[in-house]
Design a protein around this ligand. Structure first.
Ligand code: ATR
Length: 286
């Protein structure tokens, strides 16, 4: 994919990922091969944007004729505020990760939930409709987006688990109000009884940041895992304590960059309807 990034250098910059920091972003490694593969004369760049400067960055990209951008940490909330119009999912998640510039306006979308849905389908064969899902780390941005997407896709039951219970109570009552067909429960990490709750669950998802660092422990007690249970880790570092505890209990574990890949695919299709960038992006991600 380095070849692709170099080959793109003479092309006009038309798409970007904005973040702070942004140097580590893998998005150009997916989007540049997809652009090149589709014969689109555009370069996808990384733009470091400081906090409180997202609105200015949008204005500048509009002036320069950008097609759109991706938004990463910590700007997903600020980006929502800077958009003139919002897709329904992004509005409910309260976060934007994909923007289209059209007729001088910024329209915000959130493709993280779709990326998650495709990732659990691809790596675990799990369908969200009717599933019973437990999300640990639901107090973070990724967990919130996934929880909203699960409810919108008609999961039967959603158990939101977080170290800090306060951070998920508002999310839980909002989901409860808007998605009557989904049973919504909350639990703290320290309150016991989690293993018992997990027996009535089909899919456990880690959206906490635990596991990002070497030596991190598992966010869930080992008693939550069982033979055949589907488990997905949004931390894509292989061999985290969470993944190992799940495997030791005989659970099926989905990991890797599938979620990153599929949120990127959806973003690309928002910019270029009808495009099929999956294989070019898969190769680019390595
Ligand atoms: P992001 O927005 O990128 O998802 P975040 O806002 O830092 O990241 O959220 C991190 C999530 O991981 C939170 O749910 C956090 O729990 P708290 O809300 O209690 O802080 C969770 N998390 C981080 N470190 C943790 C730890 N050591 N044990 C349990 N949960 C942890």
């Amino acid at each position: 994919s380095r070849e692709h990034l170099d080959a793109g250098k003479e092309k006009p910059a038309r798409l970007a990922v904005i973040g702070y920091p942004v140097a580590h972003s893998l998005s150009p490694h997916m989007h540049q091969p997809a652009l090149d593969g589709a014969g689109i004369d555009a370069r996808y760049i990384k733009l470091e944007v400081e906090p409180d400067q997202v609105g200015r960055a949008f204005a500048r990209m509009k002036e320069l004729g950008f097609i759109g951008c991706n938004v990463t940490v910590p700007h997903k909330f600020e980006a929502l505020a800077a958009c003139e119009t919002l897709d329904g999912g992004a509005a409910e998640m309260g976060a934007v990760n994909t923007v289209v510039f059209q007729d001088g306006e910024a329209k915000g979308y959130n493709t993280d939930g779709y990326g998650f849905e495709e990732a659990v389908r691809e790596t675990l064969g799990v369908e969200l409709l009717g599933a019973r899902v437990l999300i640990v780390g639901a107090g973070g941005g990724a967990g919130g987006a996934i929880a909203v997407h699960c409810a919108r896709k008609g999961v039967a039951k959603l158990v939101l688990v977080n170290r800090t219970l306060d951070k998920i109570e508002e999310l839980a009552s909002r989901l409860h109000r808007h998605h009557g067909g989904t049973e919504i429960l909350t639990a703290g990490l320290d309150q016991g009884g989690l293993a018992k709750q997990a027996r009535e669950i089909d899919l456990i998802v880690n959206t906490s940041s635990l596991g990002l660092k070497e030596g991190d422990g598992s966010p869930l007690p080992a008693g939550c895992f069982r033979e055949g249970l589907a488990v997905y880790d949004t931390v894509y570092r292989p061999g985290t304590a969470f993944q190992e505890a799940a495997r030791a209990a005989g659970a099926r574990v989905g990991t890797g960059k599938a979620m990153l890949l599929h949120q990127g695919v959806k973003a690309f299709q928002i910019w270029f309807p009808g495009a099929d960038p999956v294989s070019a992006m898969r190769v680019g991600l390595g």
